[in-house]
Ligand binder design. Structure first.
Ligand SMILES: C[S@@+](CC[C@H](N)C(=O)[O-])C[C@H]1O[C@@H](n2cnc3c(N)ncnc32)[C@H](O)[C@@H]1O
Length: 350
């Protein structure tokens, strides 16, 4: 029995995501599977598969609100004998930095020049096809070229792909892979063994840093967190406690327009931005935990707080945090504290 494939190209990730959500939720025709792929700069392809021939009109009606961002819908019959090959072709090997992530069906196809990571994803997230994962793999590649990290956490490990990548390029490191979904941790354990790093990657079931192995005094050198902006912002203080000074956090799962808020909350928590990379609407932030260096200064007599604030404003643009303290009797002098390295600057992204 053939399957039917409906293909629509979209411009922009937002339109693509909205259209694939609508097709997934549509009761009639009911899709067996809906996939969204990036097939060029800012261009995405949605493919929806059906058991019985769907009505193009019903699909077009459902998508009518998004018409401006969508191309023409195309319907074709997919012969049954090609279904497995097609689904595998839809997940070709993905190269990111020194890594290539592939499924078991492509084991023989991956070249020897890259570090191959075999992932059986099942229902877990993390095949490398999503830009949020690929950007993290590239960040791991860059960070580990000139620096060693002994203790690594992959927070929200999904398939375990980032933990496995870290273990492969940091042979002496101890890597903790954490997820709050038991299905994901089971898959991550299997994948770690499959890739020969089962002894270096310990997979634990936990939400955020809520596990004895993740709490202080344990201090980590590198945390990889491909989550959503909400949990990332919430976890900023815990992330600071978990990392040693100079430790690095790689934050992913953030849309371009959300990066400023996430970056600002980490800088306020004691991080400085090292690098930012973007792809397909997604941003990855690489931040270093700094130890704020504070200095206390006194102001000449009779300066009001409002004037002081105005005079000190340019310092904020240079990355300083300024705390003005009211005069404390018996002195009538204003004092202010300058803290270096914790101001979030959208212009510099230093
Ligand atoms: C986007 S996936 C990332 C998977 C993989 N690390 C990657 O980069 O492809 C996010 C994963 O984080 C897990 N997750 C979400 N919130 C979490 C939390 N607060 N603590 C632990 N895991 C969490 C989800 O279950 C999911 O498996």
């Amino acid at each position: 029995m053939p399957l039917f494939k409906l293909s629509i190209s979209t411009f922009g990730l937002e339109a693509g995501g909205a259209a694939s959500d609508l097709l997934t939720e549509l009761a009639e025709p009911r899709a067996l599977a809906v996939t969204l792929f990036e097939d060029g700069p800012a261009s995405f392809l949605i493919e929806a598969y059906y058991e019985t021939e769907p009505s193009l009109e019903a699909a077009a009606d459902a998508l009518s609100a998004l018409r401006a961002g969508l191309g023409e819908a195309m319907l074709e019959a997919v012969p049954e004998q090609n279904w497995v090959a097609l689904s595998q072709a839809a997940l070709p090997p993905i190269a990111a930095g020194r890594f290539v992530v592939h499924g078991g069906h492509d084991r023989a196809r991956v070249g020897a020049r890259r570090i191959a990571i075999e992932i059986e994803a099942g229902e877990a997230f993390g095949t490398g096809h999503n830009a949020t994962t690929a950007l993290c793999l590239e960040a791991i590649d860059r960070l580990t070229r000139h620096r060693c990290f002994a203790r690594v956490v992959d927070l929200g490990c999904g398939t375990g792909v980032l933990a496995i990548a870290a273990a492969r390029v940091l042979p002496g490191a101890r890597v903790l892979a954490v997820d709050n979904d038991p299905l994901a941790t089971a898959i991550a354990r299997t994948n770690a063994r499959l890739n020969g790093v089962g002894r270096h990657v310990r997979v634990i079931d936990a939400s955020g840093f809520a596990h004895p192995l993740l709490r202080p005094p344990r201090a980590f050198d590198l945390v990889l967190a491909n989550l959503l902006p909400g949990p990332l912002v919430e976890l900023a203080p815990a992330m600071r406690r978990a990392l040693r000074p100079g430790g690095v956090a790689v934050l992913s799962g953030v849309l371009d327009h959300q990066a400023r808020e996430v970056g600002a909350s980490y800088c306020a928590a004691g991080f400085r931005l090292l690098a930012r990379s973007r792809r397909a609407g997604w941003t990855v932030l690489t931040l270093v935990r700094v130890t704020p260096h504070s200095t206390r200064h006194s102001w000449p007599e009779r300066t009001c707080a409002a004037c002081a604030r105005k005079l000190l404003k340019p310092l904020a643009a240079l990355g300083y945090t300024v705390d003005i303290k009211p005069p404390a009797p018996p002195t009538s002098q204003l004092s202010f504290w300058l803290r270096q390295g914790v101001g979030f600057r959208d212009d510099g992204w230093a």
